[in-house]
Every structure is written in structure tokens, then in C-alpha cells.
Design a protein around this ligand. Structure first.
Ligand SMILES: *Cc1c(COP(=O)(O)O)cnc(C)c1O
Length: 374
């Protein structure tokens, strides 16, 4: 039972501290509030996370994905291979540029795209593959890149949940033509709203800078039809504060995950592939249900003990209304057994860096008491 003085533990706890508030006020007082010096500094500082790649700040992770696909010239008639086991934004970005997402299954050992399934999904219209580093675990880039190369596909990394994750020592956001990060409040670091595109390609970086600002480099000399996806300097200033704390926060997430790994009984703890540096955006266990709603029961029981948890994602993208197509019509049929199984079994427990030791103990105690009853 929850003690009388114990506050519920939320599933996520975004940080907006005094440093963030001071930074925002400083920018507001300066008057330079949109795509000014703070944005430029944020881009420069973020590039240290991605081996000095060009960084282009935008107003969200979704914008980062959409702008990148635009910049790569992907549009109507093109297909992009994506996982269905992700946040809808991954597929939305594809649709927003007029292309079609093609859903491929995931590997049970990482919850990320299965390279064999990607190879099988490639057809004559396939222009790109969009792996997601889900939950902060890097996708199998070492096996995806050769497939993309063989078929001449662009690789765009959805790194929205994976700031500072790495595979075999190489950071995410450096593998593909571009990497896309989100700074939404619940992510490993935030800028209120915001996003970043990382790329080694100077030409692509210039195109992205044009496209995020109405197609202008010089004011009122629009070179192409662009969007307005600019980041504010208030957001960038908050992002810079958070970026400075990211290394400590990442280590704290990893330490929390290690403690949960060693103490949880009766649940399948998160898999980590060989060579993967997992940054635990989420700490996601499996609650195998054999067709019974054990996962949902566990979530409710945890909540009654003051332990928040969340299901990412209860409905795979291909079964969402926006993507499942008309009943009976030419709707494409998808065979994604690992995706279906994951969406029925996963549950994410609190792992964020501001959890106290006592809170972690409460998560462990509640999960172990309940997990054993399933
Ligand atoms: C959060 C997220 C996005 C979108 O980022 P926003 O900043 O919310 O637009 C895209 N893909 C994944 C996997 C995400 O988790």
C-alpha cells in the first residue's frame, strides 16, 4: 500500500528548472527571439554530440523529419520503409511530403527495425529507409546501411528518442544522410518544443536551412518554396541549458536502468543488442500475456500503488485510423507479428534522471510484488 506521505511517481517528469527559466528570461529581455544567436550557439554545441556534423535547428522533431525528406527530394510516388512500432510522427513525416510509408517489422531483441524485413520491403518505388532508435536503443545501423546502399536508398535516422545513443562507439545521427532529434519536454533533453537535423552533407545542410525559412538565405530573395520551421531563441536557450546536463542525465538514466535490471523479477527487462549504448529514453519491460490483458492489469495495479507507467505504443501505426486504409478497399495488408506482439506486451516504467533512490525502490517493490502474481 502507498504510504500516507508518498506522492505518486509520474511516468515522466520533464525538468524546467531555475537555469532554464533564467535563460528564457534573458533571451526575452534581449529582444532577439527567433533564429538568432542562441539558435546558432545551440547548433554549434549540439554538433559535439554527432562528431561535428552540420546541425540545423527546427521547431520540432516532426519538422526535422519532414524537412529532411523534403530536402532529399522525397515526395509523391516515393515509398519510405518505416517501422510500424513507433510514434505516429515517423510515418506522418512521410505522408506530409506526399510519399507513402511502407511498414516493416521489428527485431524482438531491440524493438527497432529488422534489417531482413527492410530488405524484403524494398520495391521499385522505395526511396528511403527511416529507422527509429526506439526507447533510446540504436537501430541495427551496421546491418541496415549495406541494404540501403545496395538498393540506392537514402537513410534518415529518427533519433527523436536517442540523444547520445551509440552503436559500436558511433553516435546516432551520424550513420544516415541525416539524423533527426526531438526536444519535446518528455525527451532525454528538451527545448519546450524543438528539433535538430544532423548531416555530414554541407549541400543538404544548406538546402535544409533554406527550406526551414521560406526558401530564403537573403531576406526576400526566396530561392525555393520553403516552410517556416524556425526555432525560437527562447527554445534554443532552454535547449542549451539542457544539453549541458545531458551527459549527467544520460549516466543517471543508465544507472537507474542497471538497478532495475538487477532487481526486477518476473518481468522481461529491456534487451540491449551487442555494441549498443542504450540511453533509456524509456525503460520498457515485456509482460507476456498469452492473449490475456496482463500488461494492462499490471499497469492499473502499479497506478494504484502510486507508480506511473506508460504504453508506447498500444496501437501500431499501420492499425491507426490514419494509416489502416478503407475497409476492403485497396488497403495494403501488413504482416508484422513482432510489432503486434510488442504493442500487446510492452510497459515502460519510470527511469528518468530525477527519480530519487527511494522512488526507484518503490518502483521495484511494486513491480516485483505484482509481477509475481501474473
Ligand atoms: C517525439 C518523437 C517524434 C516527434 O518529435 P516532436 O518533437 O514531438 O515533433 C518523432 N519520432 C519519435 C520516435 C518520437 O518519439
Amino acid at each position: 500500500m502507498r504510504g500516507r506521505h508518498e506522492e505518486p511517481i509520474p511516468a515522466a517528469r520533464p525538468v524546467i528548472g531555475e537555469h532554464e527559466i533564467e535563460a528564457a528570461v534573458r533571451v526575452l529581455r534581449s529582444g532577439a527571439v527567433v533564429q538568432g544567436p542562441e539558435v546558432a550557439a545551440f547548433e554549434t554545441e549540439f554538433s559535439a554530440l554527432v562528431e561535428g556534423r552540420h546541425c540545423v535547428a527546427v521547431n520540432s522533431g516532426t519538422s526535422a523529419l519532414q524537412l529532411t525528406l523534403m530536402g532529399l527530394g522525397i515526395g509523391p510516388g516515393d515509398e519510405v520503409v518505416v517501422p510500424s512500432f513507433s510514434f505516429a510522427a515517423t510515418a506522418n513525416a512521410v505522408r506530409l511530403v506526399g510519399a507513402e510509408p511502407v511498414f516493416a517489422d521489428i527485431e524482438p531483441g531491440s524493438f527497432c527495425l529488422d534489417p531482413d524485413a527492410v530488405a524484403a520491403a524494398v520495391g521499385p518505388r522505395t526511396a528511403a529507409v527511416l529507422p527509429v532508435h526506439l526507447y533510446g536503443h540504436p537501430a541495427a545501423m551496421d546491418r541496415l546501411l549495406p541494404i540501403a546502399e545496395r538498393h540506392g536508398l537514402a537513410v534518415v535516422e529518427d533519433a527523436c528518442q536517442a540523444h547520445a545513443a551509440a552503436l559500436n562507439g558511433r553516435p546516432v545521427g551520424t550513420f544516415g544522410a541525416a539524423g533527426c532529434f526531438s526536444f519535446y519536454p518528455t525527451k532525454n533533453m528538451h527545448s519546450l518544443e524543438g528539433g535538430m537535423i544532423t548531416t555530414a552533407d554541407a549541400e543538404l545542410a544548406r538546402t535544409l536551412r533554406l527550406l526551414r525559412n521560406q526558401g530564403m538565405e537573403q531576406r526576400y530573395a526566396n530561392e525555393v518554396a520553403g516552410a517556416n520551421m524556425r526555432l525560437t531563441d527562447v527554445a534554443a536557450a532552454v535547449g542549451r541549458v539542457q544539453l549541458g546536463r545531458l551527459p549527467v542525465w544520460t549516466e543517471q538514466r543508465r544507472a537507474n536502468a542497471k538497478l532495475l535490471d538487477s532487481r526486477l523479477t518476473g518481468l522481461h527487462t529491456p534487451p540491449v543488442a551487442d555494441g549498443a549504448h542504450h540511453v533509456y529514453h524509456q525503460y520498457t519491460v515485456r509482460v507476456p500475456g498469452n492473449g490475456r490483458p496482463d500488461r494492462d492489469c499490471l499497469q492499473k495495479a502499479l497506478a494504484s500503488r502510486g507508480v506511473g507507467s506508460a504504453v508506447y505504443y498500444p496501437t501500431p501505426i499501420h492499425r491507426l485510423k490514419a494509416y489502416r486504409g478503407e475497409e476492403g478497399a485497396q488497403a495494403r495488408r501488413w504482416d508484422l507479428p513482432e510489432t503486434e506482439r510488442a504493442s500487446a506486451e510492452v510497459l515502460s516504467l519510470p527511469v528518468y534522471p530525477t527519480l530519487t533512490g527511494a522512488e526507484l525502490e518503490r518502483v521495484v517493490a511494486a513491480a516485483n510484488a505484482l509481477g509475481g502474481l501474473l
